[in-house]
Design a binder for this molecule. Structure first.
Ligand SMILES: [Zn+2]
Ligand SMILES: [Zn+2]
Length: 460
């Protein structure tokens, strides 16, 4: 039998962060149709679902923080989350939760070393036990999915914390350690709330987000089969701690990549008129690309073109005969994206042509934009209001960073919430992917309970 969450002295003491606004919880308890529907079979004297969630979150808050610190201390790169995956499976085993391992994403070098090892992704299932949760054929009344990523980044940590990374050059600097810890907390709570779930919750532990292959692997492995809606959270340094942002619409960007190869003609560095200088042309292109942003696209459309690399030349006295530059295009809307791709190619081509050089343009489309579904976002906002109170509803304009959670949203409606963690008082001010990245850990239990409330409300 799955073990229930028991109150303990230490966890009770650590229960500070996860209290419900009492009047909201009461309002839910008194809401018509909640306790009186025969199907729900929750006796009137029982605590409301929100009260129950807040009580459970308070009890496991110290566990959630401990899990996060464990993941933080032992980060693993994308498609290499071997020990991370084992730790999660150990917890699922402890709580008697069904799961399967996804074979798709696995480190290639382990194929020889450990042929028995099949992958790091995990799909777990929590079956609701409310009357009518399943029909006679075993189909759930509704099935929702919750997703966390698992991978770390090739960054050498410089925070100096006692739980800092013990793996040289690898760090959880995007908060995926937090996502896993919050998800384990959510799993723990939902498992205790099974009798209130009118359907099924699928938990997706997804590897390799930072290298943009994990979501596609999980989808190919059937992670979304029969799923009605999906939820994910991202711990976010630009959102104030104490708040969670759940707005509908575009939230994160189309993440595309380009490369421009310039073919000029080399010459002696003292005789520029005898060749075609690929470096000068590269510099002109870099400037001209920024004019696309400032003069060809509406200032009300979010868009970034960044050239991240320029390579060219072989020696200081030789005018470069060839050069290449690479960069990224970030947009929110598909029509802006298509126009920008066309403009980048034309600007690069025409600029090179004016100087008598040739170019080769290559463009790689990456993850689509994350666009939150209206209804799923509304349920998330309501989950924040119920569990943390109105003042915890965050406001955030969105970002041009990318997320492969967008891949799931190509198939099912869903929501990605930003769990705010910016707190100057404790030095939690550094951006994602910084070697000093720090979070406000009091947000972890809050993130877990909002996800739990969202799942309960979606399956009410
Ligand atoms: Zn990241
Ligand atoms: Zn991330």
């Amino acid at each position: 039998m799955p073990s229930e969450i028991e109150p303990t002295a230490t966890t009770e003491q650590a229960a500070a962060g996860a209290n419900a606004a009492p009047e909201q919880a009461e309002a839910e308890a008194a809401a018509p149709g909640r306790a009186s529907t025969p199907e729900q079979a929750v006796a009137p004297e029982q605590p409301s679902t929100t009260e129950r969630i807040c009580e459970l979150a308070a009890r496991i808050e110290s566990d959630i923080i401990a899990w996060r610190r464990h993941f933080h201390r032992h980060p693993e790169l994308g498609a290499h989350e071997v020990e991370t995956s084992a730790f999660i499976r150990q917890k699922l085993d402890e709580w008697s939760i069904d799961y399967r391992i996804v074979e798709g994403t696995r480190p290639a070098e382990l194929a020889d070393e450990r042929p028995d090892f099949i992958g790091t992704g995990i799909i777990a299932t929590i079956r609701g036990e409310a009357p009518g949760a399943y029909d006679a054929a075993g189909k759930p009344a509704k099935r929702i999915a919750l997703r966390t990523d698992m991978d770390a980044l090739p960054i050498a940590e410089r925070t100096g914390f006692d739980y800092a990374s013990e793996t040289g050059g690898v760090m959880h600097a995007c908060g995926h350690d937090c996502h896993m810890a919050m998800m384990l907390g959510t799993v723990r709570m939902l498992n205790d709330l099974r009798e209130r779930l009118h359907g099924e919750v699928r938990i997706i532990f997804q590897p390799a987000e930072e290298i943009s292959i994990g979501a596609r692997d999980m989808i190919a492995a059937g992670a979304l089969e029969g799923v009605d809606a999906i939820y994910a959270a991202h711990i976010w340094s630009e959102v104030d701690a104490g708040t969670i942002s759940c707005e509908a619409g575009p939230r994160m960007a189309f993440t595309d990549w380009f490369r421009i190869d310039i073919e000029g003609v080399s010459a002696h560095g003292s005789m520029p008129h005898k060749g075609i200088d690929a470096i000068v042309i590269a510099a002109e292109i870099v400037d001209a690309l920024q004019v696309i942003v400032s003069r060809r696209i509406s200032p009300f459309e979010p868009m970034v073109i960044t050239v991240g690399e320029i390579h060219g030349g072989t020696a200081r006295n030789i005018m470069a005969g060839s050069a290449y530059l690479t960069g990224t295009l970030r947009t929110w809307h598909p029509n802006v994206r298509e126009r920008a791709i066309d403009r980048i190619e034309r600007v690069a081509g025409k600029t090179s042509h004016a100087f008598g050089a040739q170019i080769k343009f290559s463009f790689e489309k990456g993850n689509p934009a994350v666009v939150n579904d209206e209804a799923c976002a509304a349920v998330a906002r309501q989950a924040v209001q119920k569990t943390l109170g109105e003042q915890a509803v965050g406001a955030y304009e969105g970002t041009l960073a990318g997320e492969d959670f967008a891949e799931y949203l190509q198939h099912v409606p869903g929501v990605l919430v930003f769990v705010g963690t910016n707190n100057p008082e404790i030095g939690a001010i550094h951006p994602q992917h910084s070697c000093y990245y720090t979070i406000d850990e009091t947000m972890l239990a809050k993130g877990a309970l909002v996800a739990t409330q969202w799942a309960c409300d979606m399956l009410a």
